[in-house]
Design a protein around this ligand. Structure first.
Ligand code: GTP
Ligand code: MG
Length: 490
């Protein structure tokens, strides 16, 4: 199919989708809020806490509609898209609040509708607005956004890029097995399903190793390889990059031709439908990043996060990106990049986390040549698992955080049992972002590795007052809400 024809049909499909959305919007005003981030960034916890706080009148002083008393109610409603799994709010919140365990990993798209009733602040608006806003919250893996650049690449470009990166830094060691297998294979030999499968499996293992906790590298495309869902084992996921591909057309019936075809299938049956059917309909977006984890792992993890963040943010730059413009019509007008899990630090370091993340975002924006308009950066904790305290040590006040470390967590020789409360001195983030990023760029692991002690805590015990359980405690969730939704409830 010639490319112009594909994009024509894509555009027609989007125009129709948007028209249906707009018609529904007149009757029932709706805003679609995308929540994304690489795996384990904190998407599920963020949505659960946000909804819990809105449903249970949480402490959200910086969320103006609530503070001013104009917000009069909030309810969950049936989500409108029949083919998208519902975000299982009740299960997640039960885990968090009753069992005090973190919800399970989700790794696919899901959606929830929350409707807010409010009185508009202006008498003019009160006359015309319905006084209701439905918020469709869509949770989807950030890895899927990393696939966007693939749409502009052919199989050879994709292979060359992926192999080049795999051979650099610590990735080289993780990729060794896959690369040596790949090097032993003749791309022009006849296509063979078992060879394709072995290559795809070895390549996936490499991606998984990069993502492991000790490495914390941000995964690279194809995003579905680590989260195949119901496409597991399908031809569209059974391919892998090949090193040193010859120029020119692949011989008919060769392994290379098979890989090329599958790569194209991945783009057309996996990547495009996501952008067309889900991404294209979003109005607002929050991107969660575990910047703290990357900083704690050292320069390579930080560089990697920066690269992934650049790729993610490219997706919000419709207009200047041809591939995207053909797929996405509506424009996301506000993007919030939020560094999560700030409750692992004493509040003195919250601003530092925000400053470091802002620098990271600005660097990423600069490399992709995009202006920062409409992008805001914050540090927050969707769920605050710790409290702050000061302990005296050798005559000095030491700022600590107190929480219940999860069973099996350790500091030095001490291994925690999951029940005992403990005070932890988390350490400080670098004070000088310039100096910090200079040592990141130089790959200076000693200078770019702040002395942090990050342990994972169990979710907090909720306070009770007069027999009523209070909402989930958080840090700066209200600021995030105000940025993402405040103007639509004005
Ligand atoms: N202390 C603390 N830990 C958090 C917070 N948010 C997330 N976490 C931790 O991060 C883990 C991952 O959070 P999730 O919300 O499941 O992350 P996700 O992005 O939905 O992950 P996937 O579904 O695997 O993509 C949790 O199990 C918690 O251990 C937070 O606000 N505070
Ligand atoms: Mg999740």
């Amino acid at each position: 199919m010639p490319p112009s024809l594909t994009s024509l049909t894509d555009e027609a499909a989007i125009a129709l989708d948007n028209m249906a959305d707009r018609a529904a919007h007149l009757i029932n005003p709706t805003i679609r809020l995308g929540v994304t981030g690489l795996s384990r960034a904190g998407k599920t916890v963020f949505i659960s806490s946000l909804v819990h706080n809105l449903l249970h009148g949480g402490r959200l002083p910086l969320f103006e509609p609530l503070r001013s008393g104009r917000m009069t109610g909030a309810q969950l409603q049936e989500q409108p898209d029949d083919a998208v799994p519902r975000f299982q709010y009740e299960d997640h919140i039960r885990a968090l609040v009753e069992e005090r365990v973190w919800p399970d990993s989700t790794r696919a798209i899901s959606e929830l509708r929350l409707t807010i009733e409010y009185k508009s602040a202006s008498s003019w608006n009160r006359m015309f607005s319905a006084g209701r806003l439905s918020i469709d919250i869509v949770d989807y893996p950030g890895e899927w956004l990393l696939d966007l650049p693939l749409l502009g690449q052919d199989y050879k470009t994709f292979s060359d890029n992926t192999v080049k990166l795999a051979a650099s830094g610590v990735r080289a060691e993780l990729a060794a097995e896959w690369l040596s297998l790949a090097a032993s294979i003749d791309p022009d030999a006849p296509a063979d399903e078992m060879t394709a499968r072995r290559l795809a499996e070895a390549f996936t293992t490499y991606l998984r190793l990069c993502k492991s906790d000790e490495r914390s590298l941000s995964t690279l495309p194809p995003g579905r390889f680590l989260m195949p869902g119901d496409l597991d084992g399908s031809p569209a996921l059974t391919f892998a990059p090949l090193p040193v591909l010859p120029e020119g057309r692949a011989p008919k019936g060769s392994l290379r031709a098979m890989m090329e075809r599958r790569f194209e299938a991945y783009k057309s049956v996996v990547v495009k439908p996501f952008f067309r059917e889900h991404f294209a309909r979003l109005d607002r977006q929050i991107v969660l990043v575990d910047a703290l984890q990357a900083i704690n792992r050292g320069p390579e993890a930080v560089q990697d996060l920066e690269r992934a963040l650049g790729d993610v943010l490219t997706c919000f730059r419709a207009g200047s990106n041809n591939i995207l413009t053909s797929l996405v019509r509506r424009r996301i007008d506000r993007v919030l990049v939020a560094a999560t899990k700030a409750d692992h630090l004493h509040h003195e370091s919250h601003d530092r986390l925000e400053i470091l993340t802002r620098r990271l975002v600005n660097r990423a924006i600069r490399t992709i040549g995009m202006s920062g308009a409409g992008i805001e950066v914050m540090a927050l904790a969707s769920v605050r698992a710790t409290r702050e305290a000061n302990v005296k040590q050798d005559g000095h006040d030491l700022p600590v955080i107190v929480g219940t470390p999860m069973a099996g967590e350790r500091i030095g020789d001490e291994i925690f049992d999951g029940n005992r409360k403990t005070a932890v001195f988390p350490g400080d983030l670098p004070r000088d972002p310039e100096a910090y990023f200079r040592s990141v760029d130089e790959g200076d692991a000693s200078a770019a590795l702040p002395d942090l002690s990050i342990v994972r805590f169990r979710p907090p015990q909720l306070d009770e007052r007069q027999g009523i359980t209070l909402s989930v405690p958080h840090i700066r969730l209200d600021r995030a809400l105000q940025f993402l939704l405040g103007d639509r409830l004005a």
